[in-house]
Write a protein that binds this ligand. Structure first.
Ligand code: SOE
Length: 368
């Protein structure tokens, strides 16, 4: 039995909870999961950090990532986008494996620096595109790779939320271009771009549009207001290297939409549709059928389901993090490659960059 993998985690908000929960559940549900020790939680506010470390099950805390990245086996960078580059590069240079939340960085240049650091080490460098780890998405991948949909011709992807629809919703790092890079485009669109790369292939050209509906918001501390310097919504028409065509959109002001990440794929032999708000289901169309059938992807031989419950006992959003962490930590433990890695994160960042260049120029551009 090898020593447990020691984990250092920067950030203890929404993603900190999702990943800590996954680490806590691994040993119960995945018998051969690598042993993991939640060693050190990193943050700036010592009081909040101490409470979070206790709640998330970490042995100790640190207020400076520089004291951590070369001490642990695995470093999770779950901080705001502008905090991704430096700690991640330092961890990789120390030979530490990294999982960095998406999008990789605020800018393409930062993502290129991070990917270069990853290419200089054998340590796995993962990006937190957890939606690849939805059983229905893996099932869709199996169908596409088996040729069940024929040649893929069209893709439609959207990621819609409404938590910023109220103009009085406060500003945060997510509404500031200096810290986030972009708004709905990087926060939500990054997930859809990764999924489409995973299921269909690379995007070659985009014609994009970004929109900011609310250009000033109350400051989070209640003192005054801050400018919004990122998009509330984006849309893009895309051409794939394969010749397929598609559309992408994301919005954080799509009133009534809570977490509507929906993809539709049409091929020459069939079609599918997946929506995160019904994540156990995949809608399939095959020629000869009167219409789409809804498949419940919860059979014991469906992807990941052997770890959980009998058929029909549906899974939730948090299970995707358990699957993601199991795959990542097994790759770290076995010294095996992992995907989605920094090369995938960089490829996504190139598409985000192209959408912004196209929107600025008002014309179609190539992904560079
Ligand atoms: C945005 O609200 C957000 O939290 C994203 O940042 C996550 O990546 C997504 O999974 C859920 O929505």
């Amino acid at each position: 039995m090898s020593d447990p993998l020691s984990v250092g985690m920067l950030g203890y908000g929404f993603m900190g909870k999702a990943h800590a929960n996954a680490l806590a559940r691994l040993p119960m549900f995945v018998p051969d999961a690598p042993a993991v020790e939640r060693d050190v939680l990193v943050g700036r506010d010592e009081a909040a950090l101490a409470e979070a470390a206790d709640r998330l099950g970490f042995a100790r805390t640190a207020t400076d990532w520089r004291d951590v990245v070369d001490e642990v086996d695995v470093f999770y960078n779950l901080g705001p986008n502008h905090v991704h580059p430096e700690p991640t590069i330092a961890a990789l240079e120390a030979g530490t494996a990294v999982l960095c939340e998406k999008p990789m960085a605020p800018t393409l240049e930062d993502a290129e620096r991070m990917a270069a650091a990853a290419s200089d080490t054998d340590s796995p460098a993962a990006v937190g595109f957890n939606y690849r780890y939805v059983p229905a998405i893996q099932y869709a991948k199996r169908l596409i790779d088996a040729g069940e949909l024929g040649d893929i011709r069209q893709f439609r992807g959207r990621y819609l939320q409404d938590w910023l629809v109220d103009s009085e919703a406060p500003a945060s790092w997510r509404t500031d271009a200096e810290r986030a890079g972009s708004g709905a485009l990087g926060d939500l669109g990054a997930h859809t771009v990764d999924l489409v790369r995973y299921l269909v292939g690379d995007i070659e050209r985009v014609s994009g549009q970004t929109t900011t509906f609310v250009d000033e918001r109350p400051a989070a501390d209640g003192e005054g207001s801050e400018p919004v310097t990122v998009d509330d919504a984006f849309s893009a028409q895309v051409r794939f290297e394969s010749g397929a065509a598609g559309t992408l959109e994301a919005s954080r002001v799509a009133v009534g939409r809570k977490n509507d990440h929906t993809i539709e794929i049409e091929g020459t032999e069939g079609a599918l549709r997946f929506s995160l708000e019904r994540l156990n289901e995949l809608e399939l169309y095959r020629p000869g059928n009167r219409g789409f059938e809804t498949v419940l992807v919860t059979e014991e031989d469906d992807p990941f389901l052997e770890n959980w419950w009998p058929p029909g006992h549906v899974l939730g959003w948090e299970h995707t993090f358990v699957h993601e962490n199991q795959a990542f930590l097994a790759a770290v433990d076995d010294g095996e490659p992992y995907a989605p890695a920094f090369v995938d994160g960089l490829a996504v960042q190139r598409v985000l960059d192209a959408v912004e260049r196209s929107a600025d120029a008002g014309e179609e551009v190539g992904v560079r």
